[in-house]
Design a binder for this molecule. Structure first.
Ligand code: MLT
Length: 271
């Protein structure tokens, strides 16, 4: 089951690739949940730092080095996969850190498995469900993926994912994001799009969260704008809010040091 630091975890009809770094020092481990259409490497800077904590980063079903079942994608399914990862690693709890779709999955975990969540970090995400327009957009994008493949999805999404400063000064980040999208199999793209289209509204969940929470916004994020993320933080009791400038939707890759610092400070405060 183990290849170096990469575990293979069977979760129902999928096989998940899970990267595990560090033994930790008794503090709760961190489980990183990537967004759409990315993979665990979007957390590569955070996985390479934070040595006091055990870091766990799965590729979700349909992404990266995990298998891509033809159907059956939902926020509940993704959440169940992550609980399976914790079970295989014999972990009762983890600090869960989710970006965008990873945040939607984290809401699901908080509703269905609150006892597994030691603390929550929401990056570049939102609590609201899709509007009717957004749902139509998901269907169009799924049709595009089926018709033209991942390259067309990358061309459509990329302009909104990164900040102008990132495009101008960090071409390697643009290249990595394109590679992650290109590496996502079409069933994984379509499955995630339909799962996001059908995800429940999580605004009522905000007031029911009773674990420590950090909310991280990218200052230039057009997909999860900082103003909405600040309002989300205000709706969660005791939540901390950090806005990171010169980042759009991929704050952990665009501004890795600021992101890792915010995360490290939050984790240190958990004791
Ligand atoms: C993501 O990064 O996971 C997506 O932008 C989420 C979304 O499209 O709603």
């Amino acid at each position: 089951m183990t290849t170096g630091d990469l575990l293979r975890v069977t979760a129902d009809d999928a096989e998940l690739a899970v990267e595990v770094r560090g033994g930790g020092s008794g503090a709760a481990p961190i489980l990183f949940i990537h967004g759409f259409p990315f993979d665990r490497s979007m957390w590569r800077h955070q996985l390479a730092t934070l040595p006091r904590w055990r870091r766990i980063a799965p590729d979700l079903r349909g992404a990266g080095a995990s298998s891509a079942p033809a159907r059956g994608y939902s926020m509940a399914r993704y959440a169940a996969d992550l609980v399976r990862v914790l079970d295989v690693l014999e972990l009762r709890q983890a600090v869960m850190c989710g970006l965008s779709m990873g945040g939607y999955i984290l809401f699901e975990l908080l509703r269905r498995h609150p006892e597994r969540v030691r603390a929550a970090v929401f990056c570049n995400t939102k609590a609201e469900a899709d509007s009717a327009d957004a749902k139509r957009g998901r269907d169009e994008m799924a049709a595009l993926a089926e018709r033209e493949g991942a390259a067309a999805v990358a061309d459509r999404l990329l302009p909104r994912l990164l900040a102008p400063a990132t495009f101008a000064t960090q071409p390697e980040v643009e290249a990595q994001v394109r590679a992650m999208i290109m590496g996502t199999p079409v069933p994984g793209l379509v499955g995630a799009l339909l799962a996001m289209r059908d995800r429940p509204d999580s605004t009522a969940t905000l007031g029911a969260i009773h674990v420590p929470v950090l909310v991280v916004a990218g200052g230039d994020d057009p997909i999860a704008p900082p103003v909405g993320m600040r309002a989300m933080a205000q709706a969660i009791a005791g939540a901390q809010f950090v806005r990171i400038p010169a980042a759009a939707h991929l704050t952990p890759l665009e501004q890795p040091r600021a992101m890792s610092r915010a995360l490290g400070d939050f984790l240190a405060g958990l004791g």
